[in-house]
Design a protein around this ligand. Structure first.
Ligand SMILES: [Zn+2]
Length: 85
């Protein structure tokens, strides 16, 4: 388990900015959050402890990225369906 001197959203192994949170759990001190994260580029995974506000911001950012990806996938599928009609 590491502690926040490095940016939360940068992989400590390969410096990728694509590292994403896998799970959030409350820290025993109840003021911080333990985030399990995973890097899709080098498969590095670890746990970081950060304050609840930073965890909430990261969670929100990931959800909005996921929503955008889903929108793009649906748009591509629609294009394909329309092209095959
Ligand atoms: Zn990495």
């Amino acid at each position: 388990m590491t502690n926040g001197t490095r940016p939360l959203t940068t992989c400590p192994a390969c410096a990728s900015r694509l590292i994403y949170p896998v799970s959030f759990a409350s820290h025993p001190d109840r003021e911080r959050v333990v985030i399990e994260r995973c890097c899709p580029e080098c498969d590095h995974s670890d746990c970081v402890v950060c304050d609840a506000v930073a965890a909430a911001v990261w969670g929100r950012r990931e959800r909005s990225i996921r929503r955008e990806l889903v929108r793009q996938v649906i748009a591509l599928e629609l294009d394909e369906i329309l092209a095959s009609v």
